[in-house]
Design a protein around this ligand. Structure first.
Ligand code: SAH
Length: 379
């Protein structure tokens, strides 16, 4: 039998008010539900103790609190990172990663004090990803579908229940390209801000470079942070690393970035992985400096996390040696750019950036198989 009850997870305060009016209740009940769902983490109507018994019964008959079901969690012995595996209503699976303070952003070697209070959750926005960046595990899964706002917000609520602590920062850097699921991502961000008590400035949307949506964020004056996965300031190299660059090359991307800055006056972040001999040469660094000077920004240097379960065809680069990365960071700083060198978190449990692709049993048959075949054929 099909459950025709309405899923309330992911609805805004206005939508919840509309829903309660529809079952003959006053509007303010919608605000109460909003509070229970997103601020007080209720997973059942029975838990909503300040709502009358009769109303709760009516809710049970007409609505459900959907979301994501925690299937497994794995904790890194090395740094305390926790990878959460969730099942969705249709049986597909996604992952989120809880990043404890000590291993989140570091400025050089000294963790900033504020840092110690930080608890970051890295959430997924799509099942798989259509973009196929050469170095990313998620790309090998192919694209499943977009997540709903409810499925995005539910990852944060579940993460908070799991740790029993306040999640202070949310980064849309799990599986998927957030800006290809624009409406759901922005709606989820608004729910986190208005409902779950997360500050807009502590939410970051990371994109591989969807220019129309960067402009849309600017037009809509979105307060969340924008991060652009740049990886190279040289078109040819960037295209090799990120096929999306074939469509929106660096000049078009930078026009959008400048537009974004003009409209929002918000500093953005560039994410860069330095690959040995690929984008860490002096020529590449010079180009990166010139690009990064165009608008106020900061550069996050992310270590490359090897992909364990399958090696993408045609991509055999490895991380630039650590002394070279420190040298580059120094050079960028001398050029008056703000640089953060990120440490790896969760690498031992395949939970680091770009490693989210689900273990074999958990993922659907996708491009990984085809890629493996292609790699085998090429050998
Ligand atoms: N699609 C979005 C968000 C998901 S990826 C984006 O491209 O920004 C989140 C970050 O992880 C991006 O900066 C991405 O470039 C980086 N990343 C992907 N694979 C990685 C890997 N194997 N090692 C380190 N970082 C990786």
């Amino acid at each position: 039998m099909i459950d025709e009850r309405k899923n309330l997870m992911g609805l805004t305060k206005e939508e919840l008010s509309g829903f309660v009016r529809g079952i003959g209740e006053p509007s303010y009940r919608g605000a109460q539900l909003f509070n229970w769902l997103y601020a007080r983490d209720a997973t059942s109507f029975a838990a909503m103790t300040d709502l009358g018994m009769e109303f709760r019964k009516r809710l049970e008959d007409s609505a459900v609190i959907g979301g994501v079901v925690l299937e497994a969690h794995r904790r890194s012995e090395r740094d305390g990172t926790v990878k959460l595996l969730f099942a969705l209503q249709d049986g597909l699976r996604i992952e989120s990663v809880l990043i404890p303070p000590a291993s989140a952003l570091r400025d050089g070697d000294t963790a900033v004090e504020e840092e110690q209070k930080r608890l970051t959750l890295c959430v997924s926005t799509q099942v798989g990803c259509p973009l196929d960046c050469a170095f990313c595990a998620t790309g090998t899964m192919g694209f499943g579908r977009n997540l709903t706002p409810g499925e995005i917000v539910a990852q944060v609520l579940a993460g908070r229940r799991e740790t029993g602590k306040k999640i202070t920062n949310v980064v849309f850097m799990g599986m998927g390209e957030p800006l290809l699921n624009y409406d759901a991502v922005m709606n989820a961000a608004e729910l986190l801000i208005a409902g779950a008590g997360i500050t807009a400035r502590r939410i970051t949307v990371s994109t591989a470079g969807r220019v129309a949506e960067i402009r849309r964020m600017a037009d809509e004056k979105r307060r969340v942070n924008l991060a652009v996965s740049l990886h190279s300031a040289v078109d040819e190299t960037r295209t090799r690393l990120m096929p999306i660059n074939r469509k929106f090359g660096i000049p078009v991307l930078m026009d959008a970035v400048e537009y974004y800055y003009r409209k929002t006056k918000q500093r953005l972040t560039y994410e860069v992985i330095f690959f040995d001999g690929v984008n860490d040469t002096p020529g590449h660094v010079t180009r990166l400096i010139a690009l990064a000077r165009r608008v106020p920004s900061k550069i996050n240097i992310i270590p490359f996390h090897p992909i364990s379960f399958t090696h993408p065809a045609g991509f055999a680069a490895s991380l630039a040696p650590s002394p070279r990365m420190q040298e580059i960071a120094g050079e960028l700083r001398r050029a008056h750019l703000t640089v953060l060198v990120r440490t790896s978190a969760g690498e031992d449990i395949d939970a680091a950036c770009g490693q989210l692709a689900l273990s074999r049993g958990a993922r659907s048959e996708g491009r990984a198989e085809r890629r493996t075949e292609a790699a085998a054929a090429a050998r």
